[in-house]
Design a protein around this ligand. Sequence first.
Ligand SMILES: [Zn+2]
Ligand SMILES: [Zn+2]
Length: 233
Amino acid sequence: MFSPSGQKIIEVAKDCLFPIFCLDCGKEGEWICPDCFGKMDLRGVFCCPVCHRPNGSGTCCAICQPQSCLDKAMAIAVYQEENSVGRLIKALKYNYAEDALAAFAKMIDGFLIHQLGVLSEVDLIVPVPLHRRRLVERGFNQARLLADILGQKIGRPVVEWLQRERYTMQQAKLSREERRANVHQAFANGDFKADAVLLADDVFTTGATMQECARVLKSSGVKKVIGFSVARG
Ligand SMILES: [Zn+2]
Ligand SMILES: [Zn+2]
């Protein structure tokens, strides 16, 4: 380990070599500067996971329930490619900046202050898995990193319960379309016990991936699956 002063020197050197700039206003120092962070709306986005209608709790509406394995869907903020949340997610995925993770940790704190107790029913957190090939290319699963932060904040374990289907010999026999659908299939990776699982991802757009993961969790005996994403498109 480095001494505190040694650590400081490394920090300073890192800042000189790789300066970071606020993704919103461009000021040097942090991915999201305190001023811009203060302007972020972290009260949460709560919409039906199927029809996307806002409803205050994220619960799946009765009429949509037959089409949904997710019982609820919640996000911290609205996703836009060109808003600070969108840029932060891009920074995390393509640069793997630890500092970007620190900004997400602050966002999670802000959300949990606004929505105190909203995750109290959760037994454990399961990150949405990345396809194995993607994992090799990228080197990390951003959903796992976010799940770890969330797990620390709410004091729940994080378990990699799911995996994406790997390429198999049988895949070779499938058409291109079938293959694409098959690649997205998730499967359970071991046996775990939980009544309520929080399924964590960076962005929720159509919800197709989360629904697929929720389907597998439900068929493994989970009673309730809550989708949680940093941003919702
Ligand atoms: Zn700023
Ligand atoms: Zn609905």
